[in-house]
Design a protein around this ligand. Structure first.
Ligand code: GLC
Length: 720
């Protein structure tokens, strides 16, 4: 439809119909539709009517071609102007074929494969009737106590931006109207949801505008620059005002400064939550603040539908604000081609053929092999197929490896660790025992595990967190493995056999009781549908691990927040002239994380040499190049993530001790060498000054290049 036609459609709508377009209700409101069209969902407690539902603008969480077609059919029968529903759902890292959780995908440092995973997720979603996905989640994270760190890609703004763009490209493609195999993306949670105090979900976020702009906003902006169609507001406050009622954030910055004219949606109940936040006395005030802030769709509360009509009639709210929101929603429906075809890509037959196909599983497998991170190996890996193996732990025979946001993924479809191992060694050489549950265990389980381990030459422990121990509302103050599992490790250690720990978890853990006891540690995160096969292939060396951590593992939870791109302080520990005591340090633990950003091991080794700059001076219009020779000095082919960091030695405000500016993932055969070259330009040196001007300063900079954020060679140049 042209804008004119959309505007004329808007003009035909009554005020009721317009306001009702602004509510999003969960699928269960529609699924109870009786043959007479009466909706039997839980309407009373929300105080909504059939009328409102028949005129609602979008539904949350419907999926499956059959179900969506039925809901849309019934909706169109009852909607006076035939305005179709938008079907939205949380397809974060897969629809039915589940890919590794985004934090794992980040550790692949492979944005092309990330894009491919989003494309597949979009295809499976589209044939199942979904129009919009509530992804990518790009919140920057520095606190592993927060349960949702698994849902984003890293602690670094640049890397999150790279993946944000890749996910949007994969979900949306280039033309949503013609490409029915894609879905619109909705970047979330705007803004800075990943920085709750204490790592406690939904808690207060408090930071300067400079830190917000420097670290937390870039990835949302990157998603929007890539054409992301929607933005979801965060539950938290930004500078003391909840995002869903924050005009400075939602209008001045998002719409005015960034020029975003797409649809915004509140997070679940976030409009009404302005009342418990204490910035609205009632739902009416919450509705007023949200519509003034430009929040178009209210998810799962009814503040808008209960208040906006009267507010327009009594002059509290200008009807133009509602028209604006409705028109944006109609434009999105049009962009998706819903007026021509309200069912869009929904296709029961195709759904059966495409969803969870072999090809999709293959991509999920490949991404899982690239997302796992080998963080310790005292020579016990790779395993030999001739070895007798005891596979022990609560994840030895457990399909709960899809993560907490795995939509239609089922544990039954997941390749478990024992299945993965079963393909590697014959049953006479594989002894499987649970040893304990995730948080509890019995003497019998332990005895059984000890018996299995005694028959084996090597012990593989499959340990971790249940998927509901991270994810939304999954914050933990103690981020160690559960006690029962630490006890299992200690008991196994006493057998003095080579012992490998594989971790299935949704956050960087405090690895006390694991990292010293095991001879090797593989971080598998939640590797998705093909996880068991991917991990087994990695442990046996059929695939060489290439994952690199994108979130620091703290030495202990007391060190949190710990992240690589921190400031120096006036008393940096380890500085040449530093005193022993009066420096920024802990008395009882090191300052550095246990495992740094960018870290990961391979079955081969790489040597870095001949680090060079093309010039010692950079001009605004004359970039410089940084080159380094990387050689595979080991016996097997391997992939290496060559990382480039920069430090601004003197700024108008303090500057991070290093910031990731570029990376290249390269593959080298044994003995092969490659000169890796990066171009560095002035724009990459800009930062927010005292007055928030985003510019660079002439002066000296250090370039760091190496395999992770700590093992780096340093070079210096001057911007003039
Ligand atoms: C949840 C999450 C959000 C999700 C939404 C819809 O509360 O915060 O990420 O998209 O509700 O399920």
């Amino acid at each position: 439809m042209t804008d004119t036609k959309l505007t004329s459609l808007l003009k035909q709508m009554t005020l009721d119909e317009k306001v009702n377009q602004l509510i999003q209700l969960a699928a269960f409101f529609y699924e109870g539709t009786t043959s007479e069209g009466k909706i039997t969902g839980p309407m009373e407690e929300m105080g909504i009517t059939n009328e409102i539902i028949h005129n609602s603008g979008s539904v949350l969480g419907a999926s499956g071609a059959k179900e969506v077609i039925a809901i849309q059919d019934n909706h169109l029968k009852n909607n006076r102007l035939g305005i179709p529903l938008l079907i939205m759902a949380d397809i974060v890292h897969g629809y039915k074929t589940i890919f590794p959780v985004p934090l794992a995908i980040g550790c692949s440092w492979d944005s092309d494969l990330a894009e491919k995973s989003a494309e597949i997720a979009a295809l499976e979603s589209a044939v199942s009737g979904i129009h919009v996905t509530f992804a990518p989640m790009v919140d920057l994270v520095r606190d592993p106590r927060w349960g949702r760190v698994m849902e984003t890609t890293s602690e670094d703004p640049f890397l999150n931006s790279v993946f944000a763009r890749a996910f949007v490209r994969g979900f949306q493609g280039t033309d949503l109207k013609s490409d029915k195999n894609r879905v619109a993306a909705c970047v979330k949670h705007f803004a800075a949801y990943g920085a709750p105090e204490g790592g406690r979900d939904y808690n207060t976020v408090n930071m300067s505008e400079r830190q917000l702009r420097e670290s937390y906003l870039p990835a949302y902006k990157a998603a929007l620059d890539e054409g992301c169609e929607m933005v979801m507001t965060a539950f938290n406050t930004v500078d003391g005002i909840p995002a869903s009622g924050n005009k400075e954030l939602m209008r001045d910055l998002l719409r005015e400064e960034w020029g975003f004219d797409g649809v915004t949606i509140s997070d679940w109940g976030a409009v009404k939550e302005m009342v418990p936040h204490g910035v609205a006395a009632n739902e009416g005030e919450a509705a007023f603040k949200a519509i003034e802030a430009g929040v178009d769709i209210e998810m799962m509360t009814a503040s808008y539908v209960k208040n906006l009509k009267s507010y327009v009639h009594n002059g509290t709210v200008n009807e133009e604000l509602i028209d604006e929101s409705v028109l944006r929603i109609l434009k999105l429906k049009d962009k998706l081609g819903l007026f021509e075809n309200p069912y869009r890509g929904a296709d029961k037959k195709l759904e059966e053929e495409i969803v969870l196909s072999k090809a999709h599983r293959k991509t999920a497998y490949e991404l899982a092999t690239k997302s796992c991170v080998l963080v310790k190996n005292d020579g016990v890996l790779p395993l030999q197929k001739s070895q007798k193996v005891a596979l022990i732990g609560p994840f030895a025979h457990n399909g709960d490896i899809l993560g907490p946001w795995s939509w239609g993924g089922s544990k039954e479809d997941a390749v478990r660790m024992d299945e993965g191992f079963g393909k590697k060694v014959n049953s006479s050489a594989l002894f499987v025992a649970q040893g304990s549950d995730i948080e509890t265990g019995t003497e019998e389980q332990l005895e059984e595990a000890l018996a299995a381990a005694k028959k084996a030459e090597v012990i593989v422990l499959a340990l971790g967190e249940r998927s509901d121990m991270s994810g939304e509302a999954g914050s933990r103050a103690d981020i160690r493995l559960p006690e029962i599992q630490l006890n299992l490790i200690a008991k196994m250690k006493k057998l003095n056999k080579p012992m490998i720990a594989v971790l299935f978890n949704g956050r960087p853990l405090d690895l006390h009781g694991v990292i010293d006891e095991a001879d090797a540690v593989m971080e598998a995160w939640y590797p998705g549908t093909e996880g068991g096969k991917a991990v087994a292939d990695l442990l046996y060396g059929d695939v060489n691990p290439s994952g690199r951590l994108t979130m620091s593992f703290p030495y202990s939870v007391g060190q949190v927040p710990v992240y690589y791109n921190h400031f120096s302080t006036g008393r940096p520990k380890g500085a040449p002239d530093a005193q022993v005591r009066y420096v920024s340090q802990y008395l009882d633990i090191p300052n550095k994380p246990l495992l740094p950003f960018g870290f990961g091991l391979s079955y081969t080794t790489f040597m870095y040499s001949e680090e060079k700059l093309s010039s010692q001076t950079m001009r605004t219009d004359e970039p410089i190049t940084v080159s380094v020779k990387v050689t595979n000095t080991g016996m097997v082919t391997g992939e290496e993530v060559v990382q480039l960091y920069v430090r601004d030695l003197v700024g108008e405000v303090v500057r991070p001790i290093k910031e990731l500016k570029a990376f290249q993932k390269i593959k080298l055969k044994p003995g092969e060498e490659k000169i890796v070259t990066f171009t560095l330009c002035e724009e990459q040196l800009r930062y927010y000054h005292k007055d928030l001007d985003f510019t660079s300063d002439a002066g000296f900079f250090t370039v760091f290049v190496g395999p992770n954020s700590e093992e780096v060679a340093e070079l210096t140049f001057k911007l003039i």
